[in-house]
Design a protein around this ligand. Structure first.
Ligand code: GDP
Ligand code: GDP
Length: 436
């Protein structure tokens, strides 16, 4: 399923990030217990009624020291390239400026749906400030106040109306979609090429299927795969494409469409802070993950070296303790053949369903082994558990009081579930719900 993407465009200081934070709500500040896992503030998930969508704050992508008009043009182009619906924000207190008109001109030519938000209309008396904005040519201007949270409902009603009818891209269920993420020069392109040239791999077609990435179909050992390759995509020569935030945004969009994400690490240069951040996105998104240590040809390789490197990876990526590690060389193709089976296994675990009775046998055994915690004289009671979804496998545990479910006990249950059912390569989620 591809979520619709909404981009917010507008001059500096009209209130884009204020609105972005409101639409995203508390989600953005949710940082998991695990260090290194946060979302980038330029791209996040928003919700309105029954729709969930992704929002881009184009203002958060610092394009450089361009003059204002140039900057606005680039922001508008970025929004047109990346979004299904554009929120064009203006400042109701200042009226229309030359930069607003510049943006309007570009958006108008694009044929993308545009919803005009007039911000800083903080009280009803200011309502008549919005009329002059009809002249921008995008129909009804929606009065909003980012700082007071007013008018957002009407604006979003309009935005949601323009979402493409069928949000699902035609995803064939048996096909495994995967992407490669990692710092520049870790070898993403080299690995894609190596995979495509591997023996007994049939590359059926290479096409520019989506606007985000080049999708390559390949078939190996009776399994269809699609590689979502964002790295191979930079070439249109737009200024914003060279910024770091934009490459992060691209990676996030690729992760979104993937079943499995390969997190590439360069054996030669070692693990960097940025590697963790990138891996954190994939973990946050609940994708299956395989850690690939590339350039293994540069290491004097023996069992010991591999063990040592693995220890390093494990200590840096504690939140990915479920992810298998593959050591290989895209250049010499050494150990390359171990990768595809690993991707397949991770994907199978990502969509694995555990029957409720079998799950509960395991949970009851776990309860017998390790008594539930108490808090203020009250003991956690676990009634039963059931798997509610896949990709990633998610479990609801019904309890007397969710407050009593301590993180460490949840972790204990997760480990028992993993011991019993495997789930190598996939995160799993556990939610405690009240049931008397
Ligand atoms: P951006 O540069 O477009 O992302 O704008 P910001 O969200 O950073 O906001 C710029 C300034 O406008 C900040 O000082 C905000 O507090 C202020 N601001 C944002 N929304 C409103 C609003 O609805 N009313 C008023 N009066 N000020 C606002
Ligand atoms: P990307 O930016 O992540 O797509 O990285 P590239 O695929 O462009 O590779 C960056 C550099 O690393 C190139 O010079 C590659 O030849 C080199 N490289 C890629 N894979 C390997 C490998 O397995 N071993 C060695 N020694 N070099 C590699």
């Amino acid at each position: 399923m591809r979520k619709s993407v909404v981009a917010i465009v507008g001059r500096p200081n009209v209130g884009k990030s204020t609105i972005f934070n409101r639409l995203v709500g508390e989600r953005i500040s949710i940082v998991e217990d695990i260090p290194g896992v946060t979302r980038d503030r330029i791209y996040a998930q928003g919700e309105w009624l029954t729709s969930t969508f992704n929002i881009i704050d184009t203002g958060g992508i610092e394009i450089g020291d361009e003059p204002l008009l140039m900057l606005m043009r680039q922001q508008a182009e970025l929004a047109i390239d990346e979004a299904d619906v554009i929120i064009f924000m203006v400042n109701g207190r200042e009226g229309i400026t030359a930069a607003d008109e510049e943006v309007a001109k570009i958006l108008f030519k694009s044929n993308k749906p545009v919803v005009l938000g007039v911000n800083k209309i903080d009280n009803p008396e200011m309502q008549d400030k919005i009329y002059e904005f009809y002249s921008l040519g995008f129909g009804e201007p929606y009065p909003i106040s980012g700082s007071h949270g007013l008018g957002l409902g009407d604006l979003l009603d309009e935005v949601v109306k323009h979402f493409p009818e069928n949000d699902a891209e035609d995803k064939d269920d048996d096909t495994i979609y995967f992407s490669l993420i990692g710092r520049p020069n870790v070898g993403k392109s080299s690995l894609v090429n190596a995979l495509l040239n591997e023996e007994r791999v049939i590359v059926s077609e290479i096409e520019g299927t989506t606007r985000d990435a080049i999708d390559t179909h390949l078939h190996k050992d009776d399994q269809d795969f699609v590689i979502i390759d964002t790295a191979g995509m930079r070439k249109r020569g737009k200024v914003y494409e060279t910024t770091e935030k934009y490459s992060v945004l691209r990676a996030l969009k690729a992760i979104e469409r993937s079943d499995v994400v390969l997190v590439l690490i360069d054996a030669e240069t070692g693990i960097r802070e940025q590697d963790k951040k990138i891996a954190g996105y994939a973990h946050d998104a609940g994708r299956a993950i395989v850690i690939v240590v590339n350039k293994w040809d540069t290491i004097q390789s023996d069992e010991k070296a591999m063990k040592e490197f693995e220890t390093k990876v494990r200590s840096h990526f504690q939140f990915l303790d479920y992810a298998p590690i593959v050591f290989l060389s895209a250049k010499t193709k050494k150990r390359l053949h171990t990768l595809m089976p690993m991707i397949k296994m991770a994907s199978e675990n990502h969509e694995k369903r555990i029957p409720t009775n079998v799950l509960n046998d395991v949970i009851m055994d776990a309860l017998a082994m390790n008594p539930t915690p108490t808090m203020k004289g009250k003991r956690l009671k676990v009634l039963y558990a059931t798997q509610v979804s896949i990709k990633p496998p998610s479990f609801v545990v019904f309890v007397n009081d969710p407050e009593l479910m301590h993180f460490s006990y949840e972790r204990f249950l997760e480990n028992k579930i993993r011991d019993a059912f495997g789930f190598v390569g996939t995160p799993i989620k556990i939610f405690a719900r009240r049931r008397q």
